[in-house]
Write a protein that binds this ligand. Structure first.
Ligand code: SAH
Length: 208
């Protein structure tokens, strides 16, 4: 996500300190649910409001983007969301084994050049990390407008011991649309006429 540098970014982020995890000891109770690459936070805010008894953690690597998400949560005084400013490759620093019931990946960067496939958040190297932190039977819910990334991801999920469920190439015209929470990117891409791909990748029982 491109973003012009925020004026007074450091001061503004300090004002949201209560909602930001700076070290592992500040994490909410486990198990929780996790969004990776939360952008400006519309999805995680709505999710947290709909499910007040679930603890949510949202990770975003760009501080100025995360700031906007954290300000939303603070403004609405949503008690069950915490943020991590960081990169998915460092998830193990915050999450012990079997501590996350569900991971949301919404409109992850597609990294379309073939040489960049290891940077995609559904690359098997990342799936190995997710597999460690997911609880038994835990799942990844993945949405993207990008068909190339989607097809790549289906292969990676299957190769990494995940079972594919509730898959659709057109989420908004599927039975799953009733419970769907739209993200910022989803709104932009669907207004442009793109259909949205979505799948649930569930950890197979007994896979270590
Ligand atoms: N989920 C939002 C934003 C999608 S854009 C939406 O659907 O509207 C993808 C976001 O993922 C960007 O904000 C980007 O900074 C973040 N991101 C990309 N790679 C990441 C990584 N390795 N770790 C954490 N966040 C990442």
């Amino acid at each position: 996500m491109r973003m012009r540098k925020k004026r007074h970014g450091a001061e503004r982020i300090a004002l949201c300190a209560d909602f930001i995890v700076h070290e592992a000891s500040e994490m909410p109770p486990f198990p929780c649910e996790l969004e990776i690459g939360c952008g400006k936070g519309a999805f995680i805010c709505e999710c947290a409001k709909r499910h007040p008894s679930v603890d949510f953690v949202a990770m975003e690597k760009i501080p100025d983007v995360l700031l906007l998400a954290a300000e939303k949560v603070k403004g609405m005084q949503i008690p069950n969301v915490r943020f991590i400013v960081g990169d998915a490759k460092n998830l193990r620093d915050y999450f012990p084994e079997k501590s996350v019931n569900r991971i949301y990946l919404n409109f992850s960067d597609p990294w379309p050049k073939s040489g960049h496939y290891k940077r995609r958040l559904t690359y098997r190297g990342f799936l190995e990390i997710y597999r460690e932190i997911l609880t038994d039977g835990g799942e990844i819910v993945f949405k993207t407008d990008n068909r190339g990334l989607f097809d790549f991801s289906l292969g990676e999920f299957s190769a990494s011991g995940f079972e594919l469920r509730d898959m659709t190439y057109d989420l908004h015209n599927s039975p799953f649309s009733a419970d769907n929470i739209e993200t910022e990117y989803e709104k932009i891409f669907s207004e442009k006429g793109f259909s949205i791909n979505r799948v649930v990748a569930k950890l197979k029982n007994g896979v270590e």
